[in-house]
Write a protein that binds this ligand. Structure first.
Ligand SMILES: Cc1cc2nc3c(=O)[nH]c(=O)nc-3n(C[C@H](O)[C@H](O)[C@H](O)COP(=O)(O)OP(=O)(O)OC[C@H]3O[C@@H](n4cnc5c(N)ncnc54)[C@H](O)[C@@H]3O)c2cc1C
Ligand code: SF4
Length: 498
């Protein structure tokens, strides 16, 4: 160890003042090839990180490839599990890095920055992967509801197995929350476009402005397709319901980000307050600064060490990047009322909280209501969460779908719901609610749907692996091996996973 430089190669940041002048300028300067080779050469190959990755990507495999400068193998290893390498190279919360054995020593391997290098330096994935479409002895049709990362991942793995895929998307573009929520300065629009177009190039059809339940009845899907995958994400805002919420200048972050990402220039004034502390709150805060706000404060009801995602390197990074841009953090603070004049918000009243350990889970914030504070504001953005909207599913079918008390759909180990033939994944099923978890759901669901189609006599065989790239296999880890004998169509209560 003494003779090897085992310290993580630092990533450089673009100048924050310049960043604030643009809605698109990236925060991080990409690694050079020399930096990638040096960084991936630090990997010990222990494989601990694979368990940290929800999609179980062969992380050490692509470190070995990149330590040898073999970028094409680096891409193929990722693609065994992940068709969104560039997206995740930019915005994955990289839980694998938190499992890296070097994390407490000289810094975990910078897997996300390495992934970004691989994808950004290979413009034509198709040319690298050279996919052989598998012939499973049948070409049944599967419907996917929603073209976010979960829906599109399923479209990729099924279409390269010769399954006919139709994707129904409520909006006019693919990408889901990646395009309507995450801002361009964190995730370039070209990256989403490149990866969505690549996925759709294997024959999936996509219908835009086709909201199931409004433009297309749900029953049509059950009638015309051999299986249905629900990947509609969480699009229903959760509001604070405090007084003044309907004043002009008070937004929910989903609506605010959707409008700004759609090109609208919202006048946020000089002083903006964000309520919340997760992904969405940081994005709303950083966008507000780019829209001209002079002072942006994030009010979060818990303490810094109780914030969403903490402790993790991703939580540290988002705090650092927002801090560089002068976002102010007010921990242990709860809004009590929005005040206004002539229907427009002008102020916010709030309490400070005491964090109380109840002995169950995270410490709870308890407002100290004997003293109320107030500040002047021009805009308030509530980043207080969002949830699923399954109202497009007819009640007689909904009654048969098991859900958690929170409303998420319950699925088995192949992401099939309690209604045979209806599968689900992404934010409506998993707890983490990030892109890589949605991708992992869709990997399992792809194998589950193939098993189901075989049971229904629609295909003759189920492949050993979902992928068939020239020269492969490119990974040592797969989803499907352990439970191959198990039926995908008859989930018993013990098989149901949440
Ligand atoms: C502001 C913000 C920042 C985020 N930042 C990150 C990040 O940095 N890293 C990360 O990993 N995750 C991040 N996330 C979370 C991530 O975006 C989601 O976990 C992920 O997009 C969920 O994928 P999904 O496919 O389940 O749903 P979505 O991406 O939400 O896609 C669902 C799709 O279904 C469509 N749809 C909905 N209802 C219907 C219907 N009835 N008919 C047809 N189509 C329908 C929607 O239009 C949408 O296109 C962020 C989320 C937000 C809101
Ligand atoms: S845990 Fe770290 S050192 Fe071990 S294989 Fe993964 S990236 Fe390499």
């Amino acid at each position: 160890m003494k003779y090897v430089n085992y310290t993580r190669i630092p990533i450089k940041h673009f100048d924050p003042e310049q960043r604030l002048r643009s809605l698109d300028m990236q925060t991080l300067v990409p690694y050079t090839l020399d930096e990638v080779v040096a960084e991936s050469s630090r990997c010990l190959g222990c494989g601990l990180c694979i368990q940290g990755c929800p999609a179980r990507i062969d992380v050490p495999g692509y470190q070995i490839a990149m330590a040898n400068g073999n970028i094409e193998d680096g891409l193929k290893i990722n693609f065994e599990k992940l068709p969104f390498v560039e997206v995740c190279g930019n915005v994955c919360p990289h839980p694998c890095e938190d499992s890296c054995i070097l994390d407490d020593n000289k810094g975990s391997i910078a897997t996300r920055h390495i992934k970004r290098y691989i994808s950004e330096n290979l413009p034509d994935y198709k040319d690298v992967l050279k996919v052989s479409i598998q012939d499973l002895g049948g070409h049944p049709s599967v419907a996917i509801v929603g073209a976010g990362p979960a829906g599109l991942t399923l479209a990729f793995y099924l279409s390269i197995n010769g399954i006919k895929v139709d994707v129904y998307e409520a909006t006019d573009k693919p990408g889901g929350t990646m395009v309507h929520g995450i801002p361009g300065f964190r995730l370039p629009r070209e990256s989403i476009k490149k990866e969505a177009e690549h996925i759709l190039s294997y024959g999936s059809r996509i219908f835009y402005n086709a909201r199931i339940g409004r433009d297309v009845p749900f029953e049509k899907l059950l009638k015309e397709y051999s299986a249905v995958y629900l990947a509609v994400g969480n699009w229903k805002p959760t509001r604070t319901k405090i007084s003044g919420e309907n004043l002009r200048g008070v937004y929910h972050a989903l609506d605010f980000l959707n409008r700004v990402n759609g090109g609208e220039k919202i006048d946020v004034g000089k002083s903006v307050v964000i309520i919340g502390g997760g992904f969405t709150a940081y994005d709303a805060a950083r966008i507000s600064l780019r829209l001209g706000a002079e002072k942006v404060a994030m009010l979060y009801r818990r303490s810094e060490v109780d914030r969403p995602g903490y402790p993790s390197s991703n939580a540290d990074e988002e705090l650092e990047e927002a801090g560089e841009e002068r976002v102010i953090f007010d921990w242990e603070t709860s809004p009590s009322e929005y005040t206004g004049e002539n229907g427009k918000v002008t102020g916010l009243k709030y309490w400070k909280n005491q964090m109380v350990d109840t002995g169950k889970g995270r410490r709870q914030p308890v407002p100290l209501k004997d003293r109320e504070y107030s500040i002047e504001v021009d805009t308030v953005i509530e980043a207080t969460g969002q949830r699923e909207d399954l109202s497009f599913i007819p009640s007689q079918i909904m009654e048969k779908l098991k859900t958690t008390p929170g409303g998420d759909l319950i699925v088995n180990q192949y992401n099939m719901t309690s209604y045979p033939g209806i599968f689900a994944g992404g934010d409506i099923t998993n707890k983490r609610k990030d892109i890589i978890s949605g991708v992992a759901d869709s990997g399992r669901a792809s194998m589950g749907i193939l098993l189901y189609l075989k049971e229904q006599g629609k295909i003759n065989r189920v492949p050993q692996r979902l992928t068939n790239y020239e020269g492969g296999p490119y990974s040592t880890t797969y989803y499907e091996m352990e439970d191959r004998e198990m039926s995908a169509s008859t989930p018993s209560p013990t098989e149901i996973r949440n």
